[in-house]
Design a protein around this ligand. Structure first.
Ligand SMILES: Cc1cc2nc3c(=O)[nH]c(=O)nc-3n(C[C@H](O)[C@H](O)[C@H](O)COP(=O)(O)OP(=O)(O)OC[C@H]3O[C@@H](n4cnc5c(N)ncnc54)[C@H](O)[C@@H]3O)c2cc1C
Length: 274
């Protein structure tokens, strides 16, 4: 059976097809799916192209930000109000990949991919899902990623999050052996709002340190209520590996990822560039 391409207008219709046909996959920018076809990994099934304009919506100017799942990395980079996300978007492949790679596709990209999702996790993002029945529902991104392994998550229509508190409050680093286009050894995103000089509501996330991007909850606990000084950074580095489960792959060994994570976390918290 060949691979079919089906074009539908509405998100709900696309979600219904995804729910009823296990061989159907939503086509985002196709940087992973089309590669699978070219390499003979995907030989049958349906690629579903949804042309609903909601997928390309960008509400970026206010305190609450909403990005359609079809928004590409290039669109993020063109968004002046999204400068805090530029480092994460710029880290995805080269210019050709960024022109088509979508936010929605990044949410489903297998480790060590998922750098943009790591940034969204540190922004405490929620996703709006269409599961094919019962309309749309909103779910924390962390919960969606936990459900992802089981499959059947449904169609992600958009992601939403609160704009970071200030220019220095959101930090992102991608660690790669080949620059500028190498795949991640790991990535780290941190949202560090401060109140009277003390961190309040810290969110830290890692990419490529587990089966999906994950929150560094032990680090968040260490940071909470403290000033970002040398003692706090040292304590955060000590807690850095808790909850991580990195893989060994062609990019790096599990050992290497564990070795370098605390170093890069310390640099990110200290405001040093890696
Ligand atoms: C050369 C190269 C370099 C790369 N470098 C990086 C990198 O540095 N960092 C990184 O994170 N990634 C990287 N990637 C992987 C990939 O390009 C990105 O993760 C990209 O964001 C995937 O998005 P896409 O739209 O192309 O996904 P697609 O290939 O269209 O889809 C991928 C998966 O997501 C599902 N999907 C897509 N959109 C939705 C949706 N809205 N709802 C439900 N399911 C959906 C699809 O069904 C499919 O299963 C690279 C890829 C290539 C080819």
């Amino acid at each position: 059976m060949p691979v079919n391409v089906r074009i539908v207008q509405g998100l709900q219709e696309a979600a219904s097809i995804l729910a009823s046909d296990r061989g159907a996959q939503l086509l985002g920018g196709g940087t992973l799916l089309v590669r699978d076809i070219n390499e003979g990994v995907m030989t049958e099934g349906t690629l579903l192209r949804a042309v609903d304009p909601a997928l390309l919506a960008m509400n970026t100017g206010g305190a609450r930000v909403e990005l359609g799942a079809g928004v590409t990395m290039a669109m993020v980079l063109a968004g002046r109000d999204l400068s805090y996300l530029h480092a994460a978007a710029r880290g995805i492949g080269g210019p050709a990949v960024r022109t088509t790679a979508t936010i929605g596709g990044n949410l489903f990209a297998a480790t060590p991919y998922g750098d943009f999702t790591t940034a969204l996790l540190a922004l405490d993002a929620v996703v709006t899902l269409h599961a094919g029945f019962g309309g749309a529902r909103v779910m924390p991104l962390e919960e969606m990623l936990a459900n992802r392994a089981r499959g059947g998550v449904g169609l992600v229509a958009s992601v939403g999050f609160s704009r970071p508190a200030g220019a220095d409050a959101f930090r992102f680093v991608k660690v790669a052996r080949v620059r500028p286009k190498g795949v991640s050894v790991l990535s780290i995103a941190a949202h560090l709002p401060q109140n009277a000089g003390r961190i309040s509501g810290a969110r830290v996330a890692y990419g490529a340190m587990g089966p999906t991007p994950l929150r560094a909850k032990a680090v968040e606990r260490v940071l909470e209520g403290r000033s970002l000084d040398a003692a706090t950074i040292a304590a955060a580095k000590t807690a850095a590996l808790e909850g991580t489960q990195p893989a060994t792959d062609a990019i790096a060994s599990e050992w290497y990822r564990r070795e370098v994570l605390p170093v890069h976390l310390g640099r990110l918290l200290a405001g040093e560039t890696s």
